[in-house]
Design a protein around this ligand. Sequence first.
Ligand code: PLP
Length: 460
Amino acid sequence: MANLKAPSVQLQPVSVTRKMAASLPGLRARAEEKGLKIHHLGAGYPHPEVTDPRRFLEHKAAYFAHVAEREGLNDPQAVPEYLRESYSYTDTLGPVGARRAFAHAYGSDWGVQIDPGRLIPTVGATGGIHLACSLFEHAGQPLAYITDAPTYAGFTARSDLCQHAQIYSVEMDEEGAKPELLRAQIARARDDGRFVPFYYTIPDGHNPAGFSFSARRREEILDVVRDAGVLILEDAPYVYISFAAPSARPRPFLAMAPEQTIHLFTGSKIGFPGPRVGFLYSEAELEIEGGKAVRFSDLALTEAAAGILFQNPEALWGFDAMLHDEAFQPMPSMWPLADAKLAVYRENRTIMLERLQANLGSHRDRFHWTTPEAGFFSVFTFLDGRTRTDEAFIEQLVSEHGVVAIPMHDFYPRDARKRDPMAGLNQLRLSFCFSESTGEERRRDLAEAVDAFCAAALAG
Ligand SMILES: Cc1ncc(COP(=O)(O)O)c(C=O)c1O
């Protein structure tokens, strides 16, 4: 028995993806014993084919040489400024160059003027979620985090860390979170004596729901949060992993109402996840203690300074390099970076949707799947009223068919599962972003994976 007591510390539940990762080696061994190939439809990671860093590293080295040359140092022994800064303590805002280059390209892509002075570097979008939550948690008052049912497991895990915060979730239809439920949940949380700082969502390529919110629904959601005086925490990892025609791309909340939004950008999907580059951006103003009006970005900066103090400046300099073209000119748009990734994701998405249609298209009464306009996932639903995608189902899917997919039930916040104990229990998240193979083999592997999944679904 441990002799150190911490009676207020709670053991947090293990996330669904961690649980899957832990049980996978055993299940994989059982499948392989039977001579089955393992099919990946589970992992939500960027594809290895688009995360080979070697070309980027060459470009970065050339860009750094260009930056050093631009400095025009006469003494060959002198340390260039970018290099000194990359390995020093910097300001909490990090190097200004990366923020300027990002503000320029991102702002013009989404039609919004971004002030580089308000861009707070974060450790990926995960760091942005943490920053936004922790800022509201210090006062110790009961909090309500409003989010979708289902929602991103990383958000649930972060909010579970705060023992005085509770999730109030909102069911969605095919256009997004239902506005009348959003309004009702904000009111209910307030009736319960909780402060409601924001509504967290992923309107583009929702993880795990596998679709994007319609433009009309975004307007309706904005009306609700404006009326209620609540911010939107917009997690946007998939805005560039977009399959919609440029004219059909819905605008993010950032562009629609920057004063109502805390926007989280991450470099993980458009660049690389390893360097952990991200930015939090908001033009919101909050009335705080004593009736004072303060900029959300100022509060976030103080919070970041106390929390992480410094981002990794070398990673931000690397991001700056990524945002400059071969001639070292600032890129006017980030779409060319996205296009390189999209070639693989678009192809994978087409393969998944085509194979689902070919195998199961004549059984639409039994199965439904989402058509994602962005992101990495489609949600697959068994309509027969009896299939339960519980742990036993998942185990059997791997050990009998070699197929790895993620059950949806655990993505539903606790309150949603209480309202409907069967929530998501007839659904799986199928991801088309990851496989171990590349090129032609990747295409074949994914087609085989979807075919194997469809055979399992038909076998019931
Ligand atoms: C909705 C969502 N938010 C955040 C993240 C994590 O992003 P990052 O690598 O920037 O921390 C992911 C990654 O899968 C995600 O899907």
